[in-house]
Design a protein around this ligand. Sequence first.
Ligand code: ZN
Length: 142
Amino acid sequence: MPHIDDHDDPQSHTQSHSQSHSQSDTQAAAVTPRIQDWHAHVYFDASSRDAAWDLRQVIEARLGDVVALGRFHEKPVGPHPQWSYQIAFDDGQFRRVFEWLVMHHGALDIFVHPNTGHALSDHRDRAVWIGRSYPLNLGIFG
Ligand code: ZN
């Protein structure tokens, strides 16, 4: 639990601190983009194809109300070096979907990334992996 000091009256500090803080706070807000939604890409290949399809069926049954499933690509597409399918979900569902995937992905690897409108950064700098990680084909983002 973060400690909150109830005895420190914020009003008494407003005058002295507001000047120095306002500039940096404004800059930080300007350079940190907002997360619009999330993608989880389930990776597989010929040998794990059936496991990937089975997982997809379970995802549809258990998370179908909060996720949108993409096509089942039996070839590498976009920046993804493996065969894959996409699971899209809102930021407000992150905890439910991520926790479920962490507990149920089995031997499959899953690449998770936010969408902020900055595709290169989202795939390169903000990547989260469940299982093993892979180098992505980032060249497609220019
Ligand atoms: Zn994606």
